[in-house]
Write a protein that binds this ligand. Structure first.
Ligand code: MEV
Length: 309
């Protein structure tokens, strides 16, 4: 049996604008993960994928349009073993449609486990290329940031179409990730933003550029360890996400609650409308802000320290 995993992710700055060529920052979140197990199966059975958590079984064929089947096919074709006979089981603790990269992480764990089982473990770059193809099936125009941060398992500064730059933080900082419990497929918010951009290109391009400038400033701040400057940048980014109409009353309630309890800044992370909010906290105020987020309706709150590995 071969087992492999992949982490979840959060976007720190730059979601949506990154689809239009602006820089964005994302970090892996290891507290949630996808795991894939591969075992040999009877000769002639081909590649079968099971996802027991969501009651799904897929047989991989040349015509499959399922994202996991596509990942398995691309991995096996790359190694000239399209007729591998294996059973792949995938499981994930990453909420689906919650902005934590569940789709990309499950594909990454699968690609990593299958390539290792076939004796040719893929590099992060090669795995990321394959997972990007599966992301296109989830939502037509992904920027590529989710597959990149999840396959490299490092903080990334990402500009679409350019080689990703992984980076180290100057000093670690604490974040709370609060799940609104509302599933919101990225394909819907990305599609809505695209339709709005088609109507008002100049105005939207200006908003995207403003977000890109915030991501660049945040990149500097994180590397210089000026953590106190991060909070206001998060709130500035959130103000533009609101203008893009990807926030929602439940997310705004979580953001307001975190700020009123002393968070340095807060914003939605990922596609928006539902999914997760991130808040900048310190080791001293983690506990009271976590309680406040639960009181404001969070279904789950994860504490993560960025920059400790
Ligand atoms: C999703 O995690 C981030 C978005 O910017 C979409 C993308 O970059 O593909 C909303």
């Amino acid at each position: 049996m071969t087992t492999a995993s992949a982490p979840g992710k959060i976007i720190l700055f730059g979601e949506h604008a990154v689809v239009y060529g602006q820089p964005a920052l994302a970090v892996p979140v290891r507290q949630v993960q996808a795991v894939a197990e591969v075992v040999d199966a009877a000769p002639g059975s081909g590649i079968v994928i099971q996802a027991p958590d969501i009651g799904k079984t897929v047989s991989v064929s040349g015509a499959s349009t399922d994202p996991l089947a596509l990942t398995a096919r691309l991995v096996s074709e790359r190694f000239d073993s399209p007729r591998a006979d294996v059973l792949i089981t995938v499981r994930s603790t990453i909420p689906i449609a919650g902005g934590l990269g569940s789709g990309a992480a499950v594909s990454a764990a699968l690609g990593r486990a299958l390539s290792a089982h076939l004796g040719r473990p893929l590099s992060p770059a090669a795995l990321s290329e394959i997972v990007f193809e599966s992301e296109k099936l989830h939502h037509g125009t992904p920027s590529g940031i989710d597959n990149t941060v999840i396959c490299y398992e490092m903080p990334v500064y990402y500009v679409k179409g350019q080689p990703p730059q992984t980076f180290h933080t100057g000093a670690p900082f604490h974040l709370l990730i609060a799940d609104s419990g509302i599933a919101s497929p990225t394909s819907e918010t990305v599609g809505d933003v695209r339709r709005a951009w088609e109507h008002k290109r100049r105005a939207y391009d200006r908003l995207f550029q403003h977000i890109g400038a915030i991501a660049d400033r945040a990149h500097d701040v994180i590397r210089r360890s000026d953590v106190a400057e991060l909070g206001p940048l998060m709130s500035e980014n959130q103000a533009i996400l609101r203008e893009l109409d990807v926030s929602s009353p439940p997310l705004e309630r979580l953001i307001a609650a975190a700020l009123s309890a002393g968070a340095g800044g807060a914003k939605l992370s990922g596609g928006g409308r539902g999914g997760n909010v991130i808040a900048l906290v310190t080791s001293q105020n983690v506990a009271p802000i976590t309680d406040t987020l639960y009181d404001a309706g969070a279904r789950r709150v994860i504490h993560t320290v960025v920059g400790t590995d």
